[in-house]
Design a binder for this molecule. Structure first.
Ligand code: MG
Length: 384
């Protein structure tokens, strides 16, 4: 039995991971759960899966969870960043990090320092702390497995391919729910319209980021750290159907593509069982039913967030952390109705423009840059 700790168990990906685990009784077992919100759902999960470790956001949530569960389930109850890191480092066979946003970096680092196999669905930790994570991975001697669909696809295509044979990686982007509409038309589009993603079932922030293509920019930075390729060898192609999850271009010009149904449970299952590939009862992709697959070159002018992300990624240092923090703030403001959709990129750019430059070689320095960007982003949003 493989034991799994899920950080972010009450979110969309956490729930999908639990669905995968339920498909494999006797092979996968939940040993740890961590969630910041939705204590009622977490209490249900604790009752059902009986983990040894549970972490919540703070003492209030801990009291709430205890009150819901009484003394019926014995488990170690932890809270705060420290508690989250403790569950991350606990002796699980796989630590699945589905925490959303920059908060995912500290527990991912803790898991890597402890030498765990980390299935990483939190792209922000690689975006803002890629160098830190690579160093921690080398020290801890663990393993890093991508869960993001594009990176899982590339990871699978790269099996059996020598690094010298790889020319470029091509990440596909659906373009999100607003694909095909002009930038000017999108200025005042509503959160409801943006959250209606045509092909993927994901959390709110990543869905908004899919519409601006910020998500794809973060994924290119993520790919840079995962696969150790320079930015000029990472490309983006628009593919609205989300059937080809990404491609690897080889030295002779051949493309290897990964095709599958757009279902996050598939990359989750692949990471949880890696290196084994198992049947999970999912239907195979039906090509006839999938119909026409289209690919389009990227219209850079339509996606200022993507351009900002690639600039920040190539600049390195604290730039990706600033980009991510400003975007998190802007997306939050958009979802709360405090910022027009069309001004998300402007907020991010305004924050990047004001950065004087300082290193981001330690977790504290990354946190400081992140905090600075959030404060400035809040001011910028307030002024607009
Ligand atoms: Mg993705």
């Amino acid at each position: 039995v493989r034991t799994v700790a899920i950080l972010g168990s009450t979110g969309s990906l956490g729930a999908q991971a639990l669905e995968v685990i339920e498909r494999h009784p006797g092979k996968l077992r939940v040993c740890g759960l961590a969630a910041g919100r939705r204590m009622g759902l977490l209490a249900d999960q604790v009752r059902r899966y009986q983990p040894e470790w549970v972490a919540v956001a703070g003492p209030e949530e801990a009291a709430d969870l205890r009150a819901r569960l009484g003394a019926e389930v014995p488990f170690r109850l932890l809270w705060g960043d420290e508690g989250l890191c403790e569950v991350a480092a606990a002796p699980a066979d796989v630590v699945l990090v589905t925490v959303v946003g920059a908060r995912g970096l500290a527990p991912t680092l803790a898991a890597m320092e402890a030498g765990r196999t980390v299935a990483l669905a939190n792209k922000e930790s690689l975006v803002i702390g890629g160098g830190l994570l690579r160093a921690a991975l080398a020290r801890g001697g663990g393993r890093l497995l991508p869960v993001d669909s594009e990176h899982s696809a590339i990871f699978q295509c790269l099996r059996g391919t020598a690094p010298a044979e790889v020319q470029r990686l091509l990440l596909t982007a659906s373009g999100g729910p607003l694909f095909g509409r002009r930038l000017e038309e999108l200025r005042d589009v509503t959160p409801e319209a943006v959250l209606a993603h045509p092909t993927w079932r994901m959390g709110a922030r990543v869905t908004v980021d899919s519409a601006t293509l910020m998500n794809k920019g973060l994924e290119v930075i993520e790919a840079h750290w995962l696969f150790d390729l320079p930015f000029e060898r990472l490309a983006v192609v628009i593919h609205p159907e989300s059937i080809v999850h990404s491609l690897v271009e080889l030295a002779d010009g051949t493309l290897l593509a990964h095709l599958g149904r757009p279902d996050m449970r598939l990359p989750l299952q692949y990471a949880l069982f890696y290196p084994e590939r198992v049947a999970g009862g999912f239907p195979a992709l039906d090509l006839g039913a999938a119909g026409r697959l289209t690919f389009l070159p990227l219209d850079w002018s339509a996606y200022p967030c993507l351009r900002l992300a690639l600039q920040a990624g190539a600049a390195g240092g604290a730039w990706p952390a600033l980009l991510n923090a400003a975007d998190e703030m802007a997306v939050e403001a958009f979802l709360a109705g405090r910022l027009p959709f069309g001004e998300i990129a402007g907020v991010v750019e305004a924050v990047l423009d004001r950065w004087g430059g300082a290193p981001a070689a330690t977790l504290d320095e990354v946190k400081a840059a992140d905090g600075w960007a959030r404060r400035l982003a809040a001011e910028v949003i307030e002024r607009r």
